[in-house]
Design a protein around this ligand. Sequence first.
Ligand SMILES: Cc1cc2nc3c(=O)[nH]c(=O)nc-3n(C[C@H](O)[C@H](O)[C@H](O)COP(=O)(O)OP(=O)(O)OC[C@H]3O[C@@H](n4cnc5c(N)ncnc54)[C@H](O)[C@@H]3O)c2cc1C
Length: 334
Amino acid sequence: MEKPQIWVFMEQRGGVLHDVGLELLGKARELAGSQDATVAALLLGEKVAPLADRLIAHGADLVLVAADPALEPYRLLPYTQVLARACREYEPAILLFGATALGMELAPRLAARLETGLSAHCIDLKLDADGLLLQMVPGWGGGVVATIKCPVHRPQMATVMPGVMQKSGPEARSGRVVHLAVGPDLEVSGPRVLEVHREEPQTLPLEQAEVVVAGGFGIGGREGWQLLEDLAGLLGGAVGATRPPVDEGWAAEGQMIGQSGKTVRPRLYIGVGISGMSHHVVGMEAAETVVAINTDPQAPLLALADIAVVGDYREIIPPLVAELRQRRKGSAAT
Ligand SMILES: Cc1cc2nc3c(=O)[nH]c(=O)nc-3n(C[C@H](O)[C@H](O)[C@H](O)COP(=O)(O)OP(=O)(O)OC[C@H]3O[C@@H](n4cnc5c(N)ncnc54)[C@H](O)[C@@H]3O)c2cc1C
């Protein structure tokens, strides 16, 4: 087998692929183009081989499959073991993971096992003239983008949040499937999954909402947060947040938008009491129309907005909510 160079870990649960793997395959294809490298998709689980055609259509030249009952559902130690063995055998130059809960657990463990580096939450990936992976992450409080290289150790590893890269394909392409040897030693010690309980989301998922009303530290507390929920409800949207409201407990972890949270691409994003640090902006800059409300005319989010409103949200949002309620009543009456 030729040596695959750019590997992408494909997250799947019960045979359903996570989109982030397909997004990273698109990026890997782009990187491979400039280097004539091979793109390989790594697929671990029990009955996962039927997914291989889809991965080839989305950009993989090679699908490396490890199929075993011990790999379904996901468990950290067996996955680490299979991946570490494959990396030692085939020596990929680059290995990419989605920065999902699973990827954020598995990638650092594997990097430590292989004694290589890992850049978490990259917002872009490129190759330099020597073919080294340039891993871009917001740094120093989000004011600059730092470029990280891993010149000595292999593989060069990075995680990327879902939604940051664009999926490519599917196209009519050909590729090969290679089955990785899975040893009988996968039942290693460590946590075991006894049962799986799925919690259905109670509200519209942020990533699917066409309108996102996002609140920042400037909201000041739970009382103000209710105003955002009222506004989002009237617009048929969802409420997002920056990191400080999550830290303060006004919003849930799953509502955070940005480098360590979700990436959203709504038709309308309304940012309220948000300064506009790049850690947040990377998660919302693909919104079609951006409205920002801020008391500080110098706030960076105002400069980025299509409609910049300078003022106190407590004076701006209540009349807006009242007007929307009025219109709704009017349209219900006719
Ligand atoms: C490694 C790392 C990862 C991070 N990841 C993320 C991430 O994923 N997402 C994220 O959001 N952050 C993230 N952060 C934090 C990020 O750097 C910023 O600190 C954060 O985005 C700032 O949030 P903010 O704009 O709500 O707060 P602030 O920067 O404090 O801004 C509050 C704004 O509210 C305005 N304001 C105050 N009162 C009012 C009012 N009454 N009406 C209107 N406007 C008002 C102020 O003028 C100010 O501009 C991360 C940081 C690090 C170090």
